[in-house]
Design a protein around this ligand. Structure first.
Ligand SMILES: [Zn+2]
Length: 254
């Protein structure tokens, strides 16, 4: 049971413009403060995700990303400085940046991307999973672990001028595997202009705020597609696959 009284006066002031939103209030702000998110990779997509979740007042972020930025990332990795190309971990850059914007958030940096070995541990550290890597292998590992640990996952992706977004809720919605997202024919580098992951990453952060607080209607069983070329959004309905190997109903014998 959340207790609005646990917000400090400083937090009431800092978040006053969102607390005043109808249907949000101090109760939602407190829920956010009690919540945590895993952001898998903080490149073009994960950077705005981490930024807006931190600024919204989430209590804890676990940021996982191996390696360092390359020159070609600098059209969209908004929190990695230019002088850090080939040198500075995006985990260090993002944590330093966020710390200046939200001095009270708990930040856990993991300088590894998601692997078969660490996926379960990473997912166990957060209430919601923000799926932002450019590799389908990592996305499927997170999908599997999120389903296994019964945690919601915001699935965000971009390519070219297009972006995609949906909320996966175990038992309620299709999972990544149901949707048939595969790594076939997927190669890096792929075309992208930085504002597109900016749009989708910001929307992904909003979906997480909604799932964590109960505010609004999270994007469950729906997929939003954004076309930056025409500035149009399209929403399609999604259905679970009853024969999905990953999220099929689990029968518990007692
Ligand atoms: Zn499934």
């Amino acid at each position: 049971m959340s207790n609005p009284q646990s917000l400090t006066d400083e937090e009431r002031g800092r978040f006053s413009w969102q607390i005043m939103m109808s249907g949000f209030g101090e109760d939602s702000q407190h829920k956010l403060k009690q919540s945590s998110a895993l952001v898998s990779r903080v490149g073009g997509l994960g950077s705005p995700v981490a930024l807006y979740l931190a600024m919204a007042g989430i209590g804890k972020l676990v940021i996982a990303h191996g390696g360092v930025p390359e020159l070609g990332h600098m059209n969209r990795w908004i929190m990695s400085p230019y002088e850090g190309v080939d040198k500075i971990s995006p985990v260090d850059s993002v944590i330093a940046h966020i710390r200046k914007l939200n001095p009270t958030i708990e930040l856990v940096g993991v300088k590894e991307s998601v692997t078969e070995e660490n996926a379960a541990e990473l997912v166990s550290q957060a209430d919601i999973i923000m799926d932002c890597p450019p590799y389908f292998e990592e996305r499927h590992l997170l999908n599997r672990e999120a389903i296994r640990q019964n945690k919601p996952m915001v699935e965000a992706a971009v390519c070219g001028a297009e972006g995609y977004l949906t909320v996966i809720a175990p038992g309620e919605t299709p999972c990544m595997s149901c949707l048939g997202f595969q790594s076939k024919d997927w190669e890096l580098p792929f075309p992208v202009i930085g504002a597109v992951p900016g749009v989708i990453g910001s929307m992904a952060a909003m979906e997480a705020v909604k799932v964590l607080t109960g505010y609004g209607e999270p994007l469950k069983n729906r997929l939003v597609m954004y076309n930056g070329e025409t500035a149009e959004f399209q929403t399609i309905k999604l259905k679970r696959r009853s024969d999905c190997e990953v999220c099929k109903p689990v029968v518990v014998y007692q």
